[in-house]
Ligand binder design. Structure first.
Ligand SMILES: [Zn+2]
Length: 434
């Protein structure tokens, strides 16, 4: 792949600037000088010296931000590294990702957060580390939150598991609210899901596979919302997958609780019917649910119950995913390079969402949750943090061409709209070679 370059002098010619914040779309030229937006207006190409991106028919929008990414480094560099994960993000139109703390060692102390930030320094993609809520992600002893926030953690999560001990969750919400950072919960009762491979229901029964009931998620959503209502703080529910969870979050928001939520593209696009293929590239946690759940997730996005779309990018090695039996293969799928295309297809094309609304849920809304909205400002003088994509351009998903080390996509051979053509951030820019 070609590497990002210094954005010394670049003209984005004739693109449609779609800023979800202003709900406006206008055809403009944008000049970027030394990483900053110098001019938004009309520029004659003939009088311009520098690189030119022909953006006619393309959308120019704020750089996308992914709240939920497993970069695997430190500890599992055979699955992904900060370098390859950032390249995958860039190719998918993301200029920022939040890294989940279930690394080895886990991001439960200052030195791991500093290591991640050092490895990410100087890259086009900004990495915002999320720290573990509890030491070793064991759910018992709370991490040094003040120290971790000072080191650069933007949120806390024990992702992979819920916080086991409710008193610990309570304290985590109390402490984290002092720093205005959210607690991100992976909602799952491990006892109800033990041994499960897929959604518990009709298809699992037919296939004879052990199930993961929807209540395993909803019971923890309910518990967490109860604690939030009692002590305050900010709670973010990761990868919501069931109709019941959407309903619980909707009611909590109506009551004024400070809860936010995200959904993954695969939970919007796929159902547990896919498990009939016995392919572990459809095995993830939470599992694919039913068409009824998918409908509720889409309605939740539409009415604002679900704030953001996040990939839950979870790379695994080919030998783990393709060569192990379904019951032994690890949970998780990759998503950084397919998220934009999948949501354009499912939400914009099939469910008539306005494009600006979908881009909002991939940029400002996730940024708001970690208080990084200002990094997305599009105006003259601001740092250029932009994504340029061709909304009509169709491409076929070929896992062997991903920049991620992961090949475990559930969208193999899908034809997707929306090809990312260029991205700008941190004084750098990258353009996809034709
Ligand atoms: Zn999770």
């Amino acid at each position: 792949m070609n590497e990002p370059q210094q954005a010394k002098r670049v003209l984005i010619k004739g693109g449609t600037l779609l800023d979800p914040k202003r709900r406006s779309a206008e055809q403009v030229d944008i000049v970027i000088e030394n990483g900053r937006i110098a001019t938004i207006g009309r520029i004659e190409e003939a009088s311009f010296s520098g690189d030119v991106v022909d953006a006619r028919g393309h959308v120019v929008c704020p750089g996308l931000l992914d709240l939920h990414v497993h970069l695997r480094e430190p500890g599992q560099e055979d699955k992904e590294t900060i370098a390859t994960g950032c390249q995958a993000a860039m190719a998918g139109g993301f200029t920022a990702v939040c890294s989940m703390p279930n690394t080895d060692p886990p991001a439960d102390n200052r030195s791991v957060i500093e290591f991640i930030r050092e490895r990410a320094a100087g890259r086009l993609v900004t990495v915002y580390p999320i720290a573990a809520i509890t030491k070793g992600r064991q759910g018992e002893e709370i991490s040094e939150m003040a120290d971790l926030v000072e080191a650069g953690a933007v949120a806390f999560s024990d992702d992979g598991s819920s916080v086991k001990n409710t008193a610990v969750l309570r304290r985590a919400l109390e402490y984290s609210s002092m720093f205005d950072v959210p607690v991100i919960e992976h909602c799952e009762d491990p006892y109800l899901d033990e041994g499960g491979v897929m959604n518990e229901g009709f298809v699992a029964t037919e296939l004879g596979l052990p199930g993961m009931p929807r209540i395993a998620e909803e019971i923890i959503v309910q518990r967490d919302l109860s604690v939030l209502g009692y002590v305050g703080g900010r709670l973010h529910i990761a990868h919501v997958s069931t109709r019941g969870s959407v309903e619980l979050i909707r009611r909590a928001k109506e009551k004024g609780l400070a809860v936010t939520a995200e959904v993954t593209p695969h939970h919007l696009a796929l159902t547990d019917e896919e498990m009939r293929r016995f392919d572990s590239n459809f095995k993830m946690n939470p599992p694919l649910r039913t068409a009824e759940d998918v409908q509720a997730l889409i309605e939740g996005l539409r009415d604002g119950t679900i704030d953001a779309i996040a990939s839950d990018h979870a790379p695994h090695c080919v030998h783990e995913k393709d060569e192990l039996e379904l019951e032994y293969a690890p949970f998780g799928v990759i998503g950084l390079e397919t998220t934009l295309g999948v949501v354009l297809r499912v939400l914009v094309q099939e469910h008539s969402f306005p494009l600006a609304e979908v881009l909002d849920k991939l940029s400002y809304q996730p940024a708001r949750i970690i208080r990084k909205e200002e990094t997305l400002t599009i105006r003259e003088g601001a740092q250029a943090n932009l994504t340029v994509f061709a909304p009509e351009e169709r491409w076929r998903v070929d896992a062997n061409r991903f920049f991620s080390k992961g090949r475990n996509t559930p969208f193999r051979d899908w034809e997707l709209p929306g090809r990312v053509r260029a991205v700008f951030n941190n004084g750098l820019w990258w353009r996809r070679e034709a």
